[in-house]
Design a protein around this ligand. Structure first.
Ligand SMILES: *[C@@H]1O[C@H](CO)[C@@H](O)[C@H](O)[C@H]1NC(C)=O
Ligand SMILES: *[C@@H]1O[C@H](CO)[C@@H](O)[C@H](O)[C@H]1NC(C)=O
Ligand SMILES: *[C@@H]1O[C@H](CO)[C@@H](O)[C@H](O)[C@H]1NC(C)=O
Ligand SMILES: *[C@@H]1O[C@H](CO)[C@@H](O)[C@H](O)[C@H]1NC(C)=O
Ligand SMILES: *[C@@H]1O[C@H](CO)[C@@H](O)[C@H](O)[C@H]1NC(C)=O
Ligand SMILES: *[C@@H]1O[C@H](CO)[C@@H](O)[C@H](O)[C@H]1NC(C)=O
Length: 583
């Protein structure tokens, strides 16, 4: 093991999970921890049409008056045995219409579209798409069926305009394993769609430069950093241009293997008392800490994305879990720290995860705005308050039954100023987090109920002597309820009943020189199902999911109410009217 490469070590871990978790007698409550592929007992009727899987989201609409799209295929590949192999790469050249738009008009909207199909049996696989080292999309594949599945996901990538305008390299890492049991090969196309304003260009909002905070090629893995445990910290040294006047770090996060269901993990003392050393523990709280040198500049209390095989794979067919095809990213405004970074020297941008178990994939894009009228900006940190995390766990258990209530809070408030040719601007950035998790085991540990709420507020206020330039506030609340009940366990065969409710409630307001905007999103999923598991494969069962998505914003509205059962959409209503009556 000591001499094995990182890639083969993590392949080993993957097999450990597959082979060892189930046979333990005391692991009845944790059998749901797998992403399970479906065992196709039904006849392999390949003449059936493929099923289309989808994540509910509002459509991305080009701005009024814009032209396009002009579309360019960036990469097309079949991901067979790609685990531990170098990412698939392709040279990127800015599409001709983008060059044209730069000359006369400007980019109005850029959309990156991943579309893929797969047939056979396969796990859900995490993948990442990078352009010149900057991550553009983090996503999870759909699990295939014998007759095949197709799906697509689109992400608005307009904020990477500076990167899209330069030649570069596209890289995609999707670590897939193919053998006689897991036969699915993922065939995928990656396409860029561009819309542009004929002229004149609207005020510039996107950064002038995007600096990746990720691992550089060549690699036999994704360009993300892997965080393996609670003391692991990964970082990259970077220097920033000396005329930077604004900086925002956009963080990508996903959790896997022993931490895929971190919010269900019991404390270690419970596992030790019950001799469950192979079951993931460290309790149910996690947070990503982002540091520059020794300063904590921000944190991410991540949304509990459930991948397409999570708890019961039949829950997510064809409506996939919120965020699973398009994982959310998290912005941390580091402008107040620029005073410490504008010295032309390299600084250490690092990530760690509180209480982490193997493995978290994290990287970030640093969006920088540059002063075009001067070669040097200067800054200073005015105030900085980042007290330690407050974390409490109430523990009570007897044998395999018990109740654990975990609560946590943290805040970070920082103010700094930057002097550029645009004047002296003072920027205040804050984050306020709170979290509560209740984890109850009953019926001799065969039933587990988890209720959790993450509440995350953040805001930016930038002003000069005469006016407010930027004022943004984002309030996100992530409710989660998970019930799992295991029965009829004999060896590694068992039945599982599961209920999952999860949601994203998000309110955003922004003001300042770009004008006022507001949006409110309520996105809620409620899913339940049963399944029989034989030899690590789902041998039968049924899943039902209901999702209600309501978006109201100054940029438009969108509503969808959709239900599915046993692979079939049974009701589906949607609309984009902002009138109350339509909702
Ligand atoms: C509880 O579960 C454990 C481990 O699976 C088992 O050994 C024990 O007999 C069970 N107790 C009861 C009362 O069912
Ligand atoms: C990818 O593009 C090719 C060529 O247009 C097309 O034949 C194929 O069906 C596409 N595959 C997917 C999964 O979209
Ligand atoms: C944590 O992970 C790092 C990086 O993989 C490793 O060097 C270190 O030994 C690990 N620490 C523990 C306590 O396992
Ligand atoms: C755990 O293992 C130890 C040593 O093998 C044993 O003495 C103890 O009874 C076990 N406890 C339980 C709850 O199985
Ligand atoms: C957990 O959430 C469910 C569903 O929202 C609710 O019915 C239940 O009462 C909650 N339980 C606890 C202990 O908060
Ligand atoms: C689910 O759908 C399949 C066909 O796709 C059908 O054979 C099966 O009977 C259905 N199961 C239930 C419980 O409705």
């Amino acid at each position: 093991m000591a001499s094995s490469t990182a890639a083969s070590a993590s392949l080993h871990r993957c097999l450990l999970l597959l082979l060892l978790l189930l046979p333990f007698a005391a692991t009845a409550t944790v059998t749901h921890r797998h992403r399970l592929p479906y065992h196709h007992l039904a006849s392999l009727d390949v003449s059936e049409p493929p099923t289309t899987f989808f994540e509910v989201d509002r459509p991305i609409r080009p701005p009024r008056g814009s032209l396009g799209p002009c579309s360019a295929l960036l990469l097309s590949h079949s991901f067979g045995f790609t685990y531990g192999q170098p990412p698939v790469t392709a040279a990127y050249a800015p599409p001709a219409c983008l060059a044209g738009a730069r000359g006369s008009g400007s980019l109005a909207l850029a959309v990156l579209e991943w579309s893929a199909d797969c047939r056979g049996r396969q796990f859900d696989r995490i993948f990442g798409v990078w352009l010149s080292g900057a991550e553009l999309l983090r996503s999870c594949t759909a699990e295939p069926r014998a007759a095949g599945v197709v799906w697509s996901v689109s992400r608005d990538v307009t904020r990477y305009a500076a990167l899209l305008a330069e030649p570069g390299e596209i890289a995609v890492y999707l670590g897939n394993l193919v053998d006689r049991t897991y036969t699915g090969v993922y065939h995928a196309n990656l396409t860029l769609h561009l819309y542009y304003h004929p002229a004149p260009p609207p005020p510039q909002q996107q950064a002038d430069l995007i600096v990746p905070v990720s691992r550089s090629l060549p690699l036999d893995d994704g360009q993300w950093f892997a965080i393996h445990n609670a003391t692991d910290a990964q970082s990259k040294k970077l220097s920033i241009p000396s005329n930077t006047y604004r900086a925002v770090l956009e963080v990508f996060v996903s959790f896997h293997s022993n931490d895929e269901f971190w919010y269900t993990n019991p404390p270690n003392e419970y596992l030790e008392a019950n001799n469950m050393s192979s079951v993931p523990g460290n309790g149910a709280f996690r947070e990503v800490i982002v540091k520059i040198n020794d300063d904590i500049v921000g944190a991410v209390w991540p949304f509990t994305v459930i991948y397409t095989g999570g708890f019961n794979p039949l829950l997510w067919r064809p409506i996939t879990g919120i965020g699973s095809f398009n994982l959310p990213t998290y912005d941390i405004d580091i402008t107040p720290f620029l005073g410490k970074l504008l010295n032309g020297k390299e600084h250490d941008f690092g990530f760690a995860v509180t209480n982490a178990l193997d493995v978290w994939y994290i990287d970030a894009n640093l969006h920088l705005w540059l002063d075009h009228k001067s070669e040097k900006t200067t800054g200073s940190l005015i105030s900085y308050d980042a007290p330690a995390l407050v974390l409490n766990v109430d523990t009570g258990f007897s044998g395999l039954d018990g109740q654990f209530v975990t609560s946590a809070s943290r805040h970070i408030v920082v103010t700094g100023s930057v002097k550029s040719s645009y004047g002296e601007v003072t920027t205040n950035f804050y984050q306020r987090f709170s979290y509560v998790n209740s984890n109850v085991f009953s019926k001799n540990g065969t039933v587990q109920v988890v209720n959790q709420t993450i509440d995350a507020k953040s805001g930016v206020l930038a002003k000069d002597a005469s006016a407010v330039l930027i004022s943004e506030e984002v309030h996100r609340v992530f409710p989660l309820h998970v019930y799992t009940g295991t029965s009829d366990q004999v060896g590694d065969d068992y039945s599982l009943i599961s209920f999952v409710k999860l949601g994203v409630n998000e309110k955003k307001t922004s003001g300042g020189k770009l004008g006022f905007s507001y949006s409110s999103l309520r996105n809620a999923q409620s899913a339940h199902g049963s399944m029989k598991v034989k030899k690590n494969l789902v041998a039968g069962g049924l899943g039902e999911t209901h999702e209600v998505y309501k978006y109201v914003g100054t940029d438009g509205c969108y509503f969808r109410d959709v239900s599915s059962k046993n692979y079939t959409v049974i009701s589906d209503q949607s609309g984009d009217s902002c009138a109350k009556k339509a909702i």
